[in-house]
Design a binder for this molecule. Structure first.
Ligand code: APR
Length: 240
């Protein structure tokens, strides 16, 4: 079932443990692109392909910095959107697939970045160096170098072919299983294991709502209802 507002199906005061799974759609208003869809980055930016696969390392480290580093710089300039702030105001736990750190900047205290963060970086030489830190600590050569050993450094985002952090995954699963309202906001739900969280929440008895501006096909059966609208409007209206 599709509805127009979140408030009509999930009044804010009826829930005490809200968990939001967010994707690229919540950051569109910050000037960042989505991956899929007609104007998705996958289609518009061939560089994107090089920046998504771990097996292309170390040859694609320049693409990692231009794509993910560029995305982070744009997000940092824009700052969090009213939708990020609404989730913070609602005290929601956030599991995000985004790497822009906008939820933390909006004040959300409990954020699980299951695809990592472009605000963090690490040394390519994980065996002998293993440095990790903030992206702005790397030596800005081309490609950027690890400040500890001088080897190339990379943004600490999870690429296709890499394992997600098991602790993050476990925390995300617990949050989905313990909430009473599960919101999937601005995500196509195409990528596992993030897409497994709604079924986890549903099985644990949460009311599950998908907030999506351009729904593509039938609603995933894990959700009770779908709100078709812009996350910026839907979430600010909900917390009002
Ligand atoms: N409000 C709500 N939803 C929106 C908005 C908006 N303003 N704008 C776009 N959307 C929706 C689209 O309808 C789509 O369903 O956001 C979703 C974006 O989907 P994707 O581009 O697939 O992004 P996402 O789900 O975050 O991708 C997951 O895939 O490429 C990998 O690692 C990458 O983290 C990413 C993962």
């Amino acid at each position: 079932m599709d509805v127009k507002t979140l408030a009509e199906v999930a009044p804010r005061d009826r829930f005490t443990r809200v968990c939001a799974l967010t994707g690229a759609g919540i950051s569109v208003a910050a000037g960042l692109g989505t991956f899929r869809g007609p104007d998705g980055l996958w289609r518009l930016s061939p560089e994107m392909e090089r920046a998504m696969h771990v097996q292309l390392l170390p040859g694609n480290v320049d693409a990692l910095w231009s794509v993910w580093g560029g995305m982070y710089e744009k997000a940092s300039r824009s700052g969090p959107t009213v939708a990020h702030r609404a989730l913070a105001d609602a005290g929601a736990s956030v599991i995000t697939q985004n790497v822009d750190e906008l939820h933390q900047q909006a004040g959300s205290g409990n954020v699980v970045e299951i695809h990592g963060s472009a605000g963090r970086a690490r040394c390519l030489d994980e065996a002998f160096c293993g440095w990790t830190g903030r992206a702005d600590e790397v030596v800005r050569t081309d490609p950027p170098q690890c400040p500890q050993c001088g080897e190339p450094a990379r943004p600490a985002v999870v690429l296709f072919g890499e394992m997600l952090d098991p602790d993050d995954l476990s925390t995300a699963r617990d949050l989905a299983a313990e909430c009473d309202l599960f919101l999937a906001v601005g995500t196509s739900g195409r990528v596992a294991p993030a897409s497994w969280l709604a079924p986890t929440a549903r099985a644990a008895g949460a009311y599950c709502v998908n907030v999506d501006l351009y729904p593509d096909g039938e609603l995933d059966p894990a959700f009770h209802v779908r709100v078709v609208g812009d996350a910026q409007d839907v979430l600010t209206d909900w917390v009002r």
